[in-house]
Design a protein around this ligand. Sequence first.
Ligand SMILES: [Fe+2]
Length: 300
Amino acid sequence: MKLPFRYEKLGYAALNVTSLERSVPFYRDLMGLDLVEQHDDVAYLRCSSDHHNLVLYRSDTPGLKRVANKMATPESLKAAYEFYLAEGLDPRWLGMDECAELRQGPTFRVREPQSGVMFECYERMTHLALPYVPTVTKIARIGHVVVGSPNYERAVHNLHTQFNFAISDFVEHKFSWMRCYPNPLHHTFAIGNSDRNHLHHVNFMVTDIDDIGKAINRLEKAGVKIVFGPGRHLPSTSIFLYFLDPDGMTMEFSFGMEELPEDSARLPRMLEMHPNTMDIWGSTPDERFGKTGLIEVHHV
Ligand SMILES: [Fe+2]
């Protein structure tokens, strides 16, 4: 099925955190994102020339506020809005004030009803004059957001047929890795079958295998809990490290990822549900891996 709009990339994730005073130093000093702006209730961080690739909102409850994808063209942005409207998904344009706060051009939001995830679509964001200069980690980009849902099968169907995510691989009835078409990265979003709608983790891709090794030592010295890895995922071939942010939400650094071409991409593989699918090196996740973080439902 060919949908009438194209994505460029995963632009940013917006998270709810209970304390900006704790979380900003964590994401800036331990993970290596650049703090662009901070106000009373919101902080904008980046790992590229974009004004933000991660936005932290002060909240009583930690979790996922929204996932924002950059569209390929202004025409794609408009076509996506019209498509969601016709599908009855009630997309909503943001007011000019909020677009200005976000340093974005015209922007709309639309919720995937089964997982509850609020997606945002925009086509331009302020490109900052000074480049992102890596500090403790050479972050290449925000890589992906992963959620869990008890409505897994219906959510995957919607994500594929309405949200234009191409499925790269899946574990039957359990997990699907998907890319915002035609972005070539193996996954920019993924969803697993779970007992409730929740955030699983947010990933940042690094440019150097040393960034994974250095992160292990730096995070352990700072008392940060590593909950899975280092290891290597079978589906994407990424080397990974998962750890907890100050609210207990799972973050990931990963190195390397398969890329699939726009045309003639290989078909998705149906992978076996096996510990080796998640880590061919054989490590075992901590019970807190991917558990903390609600999906916010009360916002437009
Ligand atoms: Fe991941």
